[in-house]
Design a protein. Sequence first.
Length: 441
Amino acid sequence: MRGVEALTSAPLVEIARALRQRKVSPLELVDAYSRRIDRATGLHAFITSPGERARQQARRAGRRLAQGESGPLLGVPIAVKDLFATRGVRTTAGSRILKDWVPSRDAAVVARLRAAGAIILGKTNLHEFAYGVSNANPWWGVAHNPHDPTRSPGGSSGGSAIAVAAGLCAGALGSDTGGSIRVPASLCGCVGLKPTFGVIPLDGTFPLGWSLDHAGPLARTVGDAGLLLDVLTGMDAGRRARRTLTRGLRVGVLQGSILERVQPRISQKVGAAAAALRQRGLRVREVTIPEMEWTVATQLVTLRAEATAVHNRWIRTRTRAYGADVRIRLQLGALVAGADYVLAQRMRGRLRAAFGRVFENVDVLLLPTTPITAPVIGDRTVRWRSGEEPVDGALVRLTAPFNLTGLPAYRSHSAAPRAFLLACRSWGNGWTKPGCWRLDA
């Protein structure tokens, strides 16, 4: 049994290999993860924990493995953010309004996980309706960082990041509208990938901002993220997870005023990352994108208008069914004028053009994922020499540009260095997916 317990914190690809080699059974894994989840209930990582349904899936997977069947995730327990519809299992979106909703169909991404053989282990906690980055959920519990429970895990996919980092699942599914995969991945210490807009289907996913929403994996290693990404995008399993030669790759290290408010230790890690990449034969140069200064205002107007449109009926008829922070955001969204939304989209177009010019000269962009480390739960502001900044705004300041542009970006978890984000132009023309470059190999 100790071997099974040790395997729960192993990379997903190693777990999948152990299952194929019959070194462990899916049922043993589900039971081991269930015990770990029971011991970690104070973290509030899950809204719906594994039950008999997960054990039934494990038994079926065990029979399929015994019959010689194969699948990239056959028997692998995966946690799913409770924003994605799951057939026969309640899907709350972290809300009181949907607390009893049991969908009759799976979201498209959940269906792809099942088709690959994955066991849906449970549904993870999130910021209410995914509209926030603290994961302080008033209905399902304030989520806690597994490395220091006094600190935030980030959100809105905080439960998924906790589950991965604490070894409560083999991998997890999250969503990202302004940084909601990459922020908790950064604060909890795992890999989080936001792919190119539209390459992972969102059918059956409760929306936050239609033009900003993305789905993507959270995992323990880059290789794990690559395998999950293959499944979620419908690619041939493992094709993108293989190591890609990176010598000569052009890396742009972001500079400029937007990075003036970054904690020194994070800046040092990014500098170490640039140096390590240069030593490995990559061509590293500094780049600036002044248009990124427009991000906060552009994201704020776009998201507020789109989120309030999603919740237009409920925010008027069931106002008190929302938590205070989400209720206020939705009410403020009702005040966004149409002209302001149109102007925000114009600025968004200019931001895309600016990134396009940068990617004519570099292949990937290197920058901090978040300008701060995990804040203490309840902290509302962060202090800089130039004044105070809202914690929520700080956490998405460097991630939201990639939702506005739809460009792929991921938070890396290489052993040395850590805590940086890589982004590149959209897939196509033979480009390798970010998150699958084995820069940490």
